[in-house]
Design a protein around this ligand. Sequence first.
Ligand code: AMP
Length: 457
Amino acid sequence: MSSFSQLNLSAPMRANLEKLGFATPTPVQAAALPPALAGKDVIAQAQTGSGKTAAFGIPVIEQLTVASFSVQTLVLCPTRELADQVAKALRELARAKENVKIISLCGGVSIGPQIGSLSHGAHIVVGTPGRIQDHLRKGTLKLNLLKTLVLDEADRMLDMGFEEAVEDIIGQSPSSRQTLMFSATWPKPIRTLSERYQRAPVDVRVEQASVPPDITETFYEIAPGQQLDALAALLSRHQPDSCIAFCNTKEQCDNVAAALNNLEFSALALHGDLEQKDRDSVLVRFGNKSCSVLVATDVAARGLDIKSLPLVVNVEPARDAEVYTHRIGRTGRAGEQGLAVTFCTPAQSHKINRLESARKTPVKWGNSSELLTAPLEPRLPVMTTLCIAGGRKDKMRPGDVLGALTGEAGLPGSAVGKIDLFDFQCFVAIDKGLAATALKRLESGRIKGRKIRVRYA
Ligand code: AMP
């Protein structure tokens, strides 16, 4: 579809799009609009800037019955910033219809005025999951006449720990609803959410639909004992924000991680000897970008739900071709470019020969003496993790933490990263530059009316 006129849009909507300067649909709009306008469920892979807001905004507004003063559409967003931006974009699109009321309901501000606005009736509500739950609990928001539910930046909502809240809200909406889901990435939890709550959704993947992984593989021959120097040089040269370095033994994992930390890289070891709570903490910090290098054994890394990584390193060659393929498959996903590097001593070269014969193609060797001259430049992680003493069993929800940070503590939502909630504690990633402020303000504030203990993880 190359033009909006090919869609069965109302004349005022067409005129309004023209006024907004939307001449041709973006790829995600071209693919998502026809099924969404037909009332079907859609799961779309779409980034900010792809035109995703109009991809759900146009159908939602076209289907709206203005005469009925009930909430007909709910858009769930991960942060207040996004919710405000979406509400603003929807208001622009809604100029095609008279008297459409759109309100935004987010945490971090007092609830009273929101209750006031709701009592005057609204057609479209845009909000963050925690605050929407609050209104549902109070009965100030009702979803019994909801026609369309939109999950915007669904992956980010799950990253921020809103899974339970989102499921709770979905559970309170009519099963006849249309569900439109937008997500930049499609990890397993997103697909599960879609399978659970969408009906025969139309898949919209405009960018790099299931492209083969784009992985550059390089092998370096090094002297025995040179692994650490080579790894430090490689990390300095490529500056990845996340990387897994595979080792064959637990001892080597510990040694490599400790040596990297001595050189001021930020590394954590992951292997089978860790207690569950230490494993959780390692995975939390690596997953939320407060640690950039995970030094792991194959077994420990199995089943990690980690999005695509820019770099995977084999500190030692993998045992066989299957393990090798599995290791490097963690990079170059979803159309991103990946780099997989393997270090190999002369004594280990038979493993590479076996790999070549298994894959029926020769590997490419890099120049290791050149690599080893790279000046040391450790990259510091972008986030820092705070650990809050309080978790699910204390009835703490991600929204409470987000609310405390963006409300009282005055942090922008964009500075808050992943929120990982456990039974008795909660980890939250904060932009490194703002972590000290966040810590101080959280310590002097309250969450759910009580003082809390916070520390660096
Ligand atoms: P979004 O990805 O929804 O945040 O949209 C990104 C930007 O693209 C917004 O500023 C929209 O106003 C704009 N936009 C959305 N759809 C179109 C279109 N079909 N033509 C031109 N601009 C658009």
